[in-house]
Design a binder for this molecule. Structure first.
Ligand code: SF4
Ligand code: ZN
Length: 312
């Protein structure tokens, strides 16, 4: 198998593109897909400061790597969830990447440790406040990324969601006709109100397999294991189904998700846009000032509860 571009020996084949690439041309392909995503979705420019949400997994570390190599001003934030060896290992991978690769580009890694603020790791905290672990985790991560982005004056927050993540999420939203979520499923969400950072997903044109290959070929040392809390999740089930379809008909995920984005872009603007809707219902939390629909935001409520139930 030879590289479609330069005809030397290929290291990876991409059935959905009907192509194969050597390492150099594959890196070029990956960088090009990210550059196209940034440009077509008006994500950010070279002068803007980006905060990448890193977990220690292949996607987020690859995203940080690609943005730095493309010449963007990208720092990162890692939230240590306190999930035993999984968190210890992922924390170590992120720190190593920050010291070895990111530092050579002058990039900074910010850290937040759930245990330090809440008095317990995410699993124990969720049990004590009687909430599902992943929803507790989601609230904390969303809150901390937004807080750091706003406090440190980043222009935009970038996450490592890839084509597989977005296609699986779309499948879930369609299966349950969650129209409100469908409306917010684009790769670029504007900062609808003051206090909310703009959010983007520059990897939406690349699959999980392509990002794993990028990480391996570029010697990015990432944590291979998924978070143990993800076991049996609906998202993993949707991914499995889509993988089966993709094997039978290469390009299915791309057609599904990109087709959805194309339809979204052609939709007539509704009487009330998402930003207008947000502005109508959001106001600053009386405790921390982050936008919320209630008087006190769910993060602050959670921390108040943690102080009363977590043994210190
Ligand atoms: Fe958080 Fe792990 Fe659940 Fe993902 S799977 S939301 S990282 S606890
Ligand atoms: Zn608050």
């Amino acid at each position: 198998m030879n590289c479609t571009k330069c005809k030397t020996k290929a290291v990876i084949s991409l059935p959905r593109h009907n192509a194969a690439f050597c390492k150099g041309c594959f890196n070029g392909f990956v960088h090009d897909q990210v550059a196209r995503a940034i440009k077509s979705e008006w994500m950010f420019g070279k002068e803007e400061r980006i905060l990448v949400a890193v977990s220690g997994g292949k996607d987020s570390l690859a995203l940080w790597d690609i943005l730095l190599k493309l010449g963007y001003r990208a720092d990162a934030l890692y939230v240590n969830l306190g999930i035993g060896t999984y968190s210890e290992q992922s924390h170590a991978k992120v720190t190593k990447f920050a010291e070895v690769v990111a530092a050579s580009h002058g990039a900074t890694l910010h850290l937040h440790t759930v245990e330090q603020e809440a008095g317990a790791g995410i699993k124990e905290l969720a049990q004590l406040i009687h909430r599902p672990t992943c929803s507790t985790c989601g609230t904390i991560k969303r809150y901390q990324f937004n807080r750091v982005a706003i406090e440190q004056q980043y222009d935009v927050m970038a996450t490592g969601h890839n084509l597989d993540d977005e296609a699986a999420r779309l499948l879930g939203n369609v299966l349950h006709w969650q129209e409100e979520y469908l409306e917010k499923q684009g790769p670029s969400l504007p900062a609808s109100v003051e206090g909310f950072a703009k959010k983007v997903k520059p990897l939406y044109r690349l699959s999980e397999r392509e990002l794993a290959a990028y990480a391996v070929l570029n010697r990015i040392d990432y944590i291979v294991e998924e978070c143990p809390m993800a076991k049996g999740s609906k998202m993993l089930q949707y991914k499995e189904v889509l993988n089966r379809l993709e094997t039978e008909s290469p390009g299915t995920k791309q057609t599904f998700y990109w087709g959805f984005l194309e339809k979204q872009s052609k939709k007539q603007p509704t009487a009330t846009t998402m930003t207008e809707k947000d502005r109508a219902v959001l106001h600053p939390c009386t405790s921390c000032s982050q936008p919320t629909t209630a008087e006190v935001c769910s993060y602050c409520k959670m921390m108040v509860r943690a102080k009363t139930v977590v043994p210190r």
